[in-house]
Design a protein around this ligand. Structure first.
Ligand code: AMP
Length: 283
């Protein structure tokens, strides 16, 4: 059998600390790619994006209980560490996959919560404790891994804004890099949750991207926003989606957009069957 070369597995914070100390000692520039595993091309593109900017690449894989609301899929979330290791191959130097107790010891009581982008009525309206969980775990991962760079996908655009805000507010010494969204050939944004889709749901799922594209095009042409968005919702609902939101927002603040003079995005969250999908594009 062929012997696969693979990245070093750092299974707990002690192993991480030893590795980080060695890298720091030899003045290596470290890039962190935080993930929840079940890796796909989107995750791999994040790794590739910073490969040239860092001496050492570290992927963290941690399914963060704090960012799931109780009704969500925390226990069902796909955990595929062996396949993830295979996919990463030697594209990264190490994979940090701590047990929950290494992030949240039994007596853990601190959390980081933001206003601003975390409270603009998008994801926060449907997942009220989500960004508190995200900000807290990302801050902790930053402190444990002390990276020079950290990469986040535009796929989770509100999350990216929240991380940027937190890094600014706390002056965390991390350079946040944004990565473009990687899509399937039919336009569906890659997501670990796409495996939940039935064949029929998978067949209609690209309508999310097509609707975003259409809305962005009409907004660029100057069509009235409320009408554009209402028609977008109607198209999605006619095909069986339940739309949580479809909104036009300023790209930097996530406040409602009124003009295309500044960068703006259209953001959507829609449920099909039991699966909730999110996506967004630049206008
Ligand atoms: P997750 O494992 O879903 O928490 O995602 C880990 C990182 O990968 C986050 O920064 C996501 O925004 C990013 N990501 C997820 N899907 C994609 C995609 N299709 N294209 C680009 N980045 C993505």
């Amino acid at each position: 059998m062929a012997h696969h070369r693979r990245a070093e597995l750092l299974s707990d914070r002690a192993a991480l600390r030893t590795r980080m100390a060695a890298w720091r000692e030899s003045h290596q520039i470290v890039a962190l790619v935080p993930t929840m595993g079940a890796l796909h091309e989107g995750h791999l593109s994040l790794v590739r994006l910073v490969a040239a900017r860092a001496d050492r690449l570290l992927v963290s894989i941690f399914v963060n209980p704090a960012q799931f609301t109780p009704s969500e899929d925390f226990s069902a979330y796909p955990r595929t560490l062996e396949a993830d290791r295979e996919k990463l191959g030697t594209a990264v130097d190490a994979i940090y996959c701590p047990p929950v107790a290494d992030i949240y010891p039994a007596d853990f009581v601190t959390s980081i919560s933001l206003e601003g982008p975390a409270t603009t009525g998008l994801e926060d309206r449907f997942r009220p404790t989500h960004f508190k969980g995200v900000a807290t775990v990302v801050a902790k991962l930053f402190l444990q891994t002390t990276p020079h760079l950290a990469v986040f996908g535009e796929k989770d655009f509100q999350q990216l804004c929240v991380i940027r805000q937190m890094v600014r507010d706390l002056e965390l010494p991390v350079n946040v890099v944004a990565a473009p969204t990687i899509r399937e050939v039919d336009g569906l944004a890659m997501s670990s949750r796409n495996v939940y889709l039935s064949e029929a749901e998978r067949a209609v799922a690209p309508l999310i991207y097509h609707t975003l594209t259409q809305c962005a095009e009409r907004l660029r042409q100057g069509d009235e926003a409320s009408r554009v968005l209402a028609e977008g919702v109607a198209i999605l609902e006619k095909s069986g989606f339940s739309v949580d939101y479809l909104e036009w927002r300023q790209a930097d603040t996530l406040l409602p957009a009124t003009t295309i003079e500044q960068p703006t995005r259209v953001l959507v969250a829609a449920r099909i069957g039991a699966t909730r999908l999110i996506d967004n594009i630049a206008v």
